[in-house]
Design a protein around this ligand. Structure first.
Ligand code: NAD
Length: 496
């Protein structure tokens, strides 16, 4: 099958985008490697504290004018950005595949979801309206003005290089704030291209800055008095650290963490549709989604149902086509890098040691379509007889590994889901409205699926989460993001 043309043809030196200028960093340089081909495609700087300080300063300087720019004019910049994103849709998607490894269809889906957040944020003239009460006391009126706050830091994970920063950034700038973005240094390329388009869209210098790097940039943001708030998406330990530090330094914060999602299968589920949904849930994005299925929980004591369902699951998983995501016939790409592959293999070994039954072994049962180094490839893996005390049943693996468990009935299934410290995207598959309602009512999960395997809220809904999957109150996306990025200023007036 023909491979789509790679947009990145020569090794790119990634620069920081500060005050509307592309600035070469003084920090150490790391390689960005395409996990499908093992080829270096870019050099990314691990920027220094001075560089984050320069970006915050640029954002602070841009804030007064941007705040005074009318919401309508700010929305027009986002309309231009939306047009540019559409024009460059395919290039942006291919860059994601090259830097991350996901299939081109997954990248196109990600680009679409990112653009949808820009679209929703163009509604800011309406979203930012306040409210007014006449005569709260004799001759006294009172009203509320949502007002921007200044400079926000945006810290992103590796698994959705384009979309996740767009859960926050369009709303932050639409409301009149300025941003400093730190992409994951593992996948910095799409954010570089996005910043070029932001510039082309006429968003003024200093409003949208990008600083590449790691912990130094994160601590630089957390300690900087000029940053009023942070949105973070990543693993739970880092989310907890960010949340704690924002508490200490008085910054508002959204901290989205990790997950261990249960897909609950009732005996009355539509089998063929459910299996199709499970394949993308567990193995889409090579299992590297915060909404990926991790534990498959089959309900009921009917062994015949269990066995035939598992035969169909294992058969479908073993037929997934693995290879370079730029090959349109490929259904699953590599994991992001070889360290991640080794970490996942460590979990597979622990599953064997702890007595789970390895039904499909992605280390061995793997055929790669095309001639690619095996460095980052891993096939779908299925364990049966998993119990919640096993590491593969409780910890986030973040790879194409399915842990299969059983529950006597729906009550026990809900208890098992709710015993997990995570609460990100659990789902039930059933043809009973009663089961579905009971599940959505009792489940402690921020995003809930009913016959849906990847519970990704649209841009006009909040991206939710509970327990260790989310720390904060307001969420990214939609109206909640608008509230997060604004303070409610309340005015009370009397004229004598
Ligand atoms: P990560 O926590 O390793 O990194 C996230 C960001 O934090 C990166 O920009 C990284 O440079 C920075 N970082 C990492 N460790 C740090 C530290 N000790 N101090 C300061 N900064 C640090 O996460 P990741 O591996 O990039 O992403 C995968 C994780 O993200 C998974 O746990 C996944 O479930 C989670 N995730 C959650 C959501 C959600 O909406 N809840 C969405 C996507 C991904």
């Amino acid at each position: 099958m023909a491979i789509l043309e790679e947009p990145i043809k020569e090794v790119l030196l990634i620069k920081n985008f500060i005050a509307g200028e592309w600035v070469e960093s003084k920090g150490e340089i790391k390689d960005v490697v395409n996990p499908a081909t093992d080829k270096t495609i870019a050099k990314v700087p691990i920027s220094t504290k001075d560089e984050i300080d320069a970006a915050v300063k640029a954002a602070q300087e841009a804030f007064p004018d941007w705040r005074r720019t009318t919401p309508l004019a700010r929305a027009r910049c986002l309309f231009r950005l939306k047009e540019l994103l559409e024009e460059n849709f395919e290039e942006l998607s291919r860059i994601q595949t090259q830097e991350h490894g996901k299939t081109i269809d997954e990248s196109r889906g990600e680009t679409r979801r990112g653009i949808e957040n820009v679209e929703v944020a163009t509604g800011i003239p309406t979203f930012m309206q306040g409210y007014f009460s006449e005569d709260v006391a004799t001759d006294v009126d009172e009203w509320l003005i949502p007002t921007p706050l200044g400079v926000f830091g945006i810290i992103a994970p590796f698994n959705f290089p384009f979309m996740i920063p767009l859960w926050s950034a369009p709303y932050a700038v639409a409301t009149g704030n300025c941003v400093v973005m730190k992409p994951s240094s593992e996948v910095p390329l799409t954010q570089m291209r996005l910043a070029e388009l932001v510039d082309e869209a006429g968003i003024p210098p200093g409003v949208w800055n990008v600083v590449n790097g790691g912990r130094v940039i994160v601590s630089g943001m957390l300690e900087h008095p000029g940053i009023v708030g942070i949105t973070f998406v990543g693993s739970t330990p880092t989310a907890k650290y960010i949340y704690e530090m924002c508490g200490k330094t008085g910054k508002r914060v959204i901290a989205q963490g990790g997950a261990k999602n249960f897909m609950v299968i009732m005996p009355d589920a539509d089998v063929s549709r459910t299996i199709r949904a499970l394949m993308t849930s567990f193995f889409g994005n090579t299992g590297q989604r915060c909404l990926s299925g991790a534990n498959l929980l089959i309900v009921g004591d009917d062994d015949r149902f269990y066995n035939s369902f598992m035969d169909a699951v294992a058969d479908a998983a073993s037929r997934i086509v693995i290879g370079n995501g730029l090959d349109e016939s490929v259904q699953m790409g590599p994991v992001r890098d070889k360290e991640k592959k080794e970490r996942i293999i460590g979990y597979i070994e622990s599953g064997i040691q702890q007595g789970a039954k390895l039904r499909l072994d992605g280390r061995r049962d793997i055929k790669i379509a095309g001639n690619y180094p095996e460095t980052c490839f891993l096939g779908p893996t299925i364990f049966e007889n998993v119990t919640p005390d096993m590491k593969i049943g409780t910890e986030e693996i973040f790879g194409p590994v399915m842990s299969v468990m059983r529950a006597k009935n729906l009550d026990e299934a809900i208890e098992m889901c709710n015993a997990s410290p995570f609460g990100n995207g659990n789902a039930i598959f059933t043809s009973s409205g009663k089961n579905a309602r009971e599940f959505q009512y009792r489940i402690t999960s921020g995003n809930v699926g009913i016959n849906i395997g990847i519970v990704a809220p649209m841009a006009f809904f909040p991206f939710s989460g509970m327990k260790d999957s989310f720390l904060g109150i307001l969420h990214t996306q939609g109206q909640e993001a608008v509230r997060f990025f604004t303070e409610s200023k309340v005015v009370i007036q009397r004229w004598l």
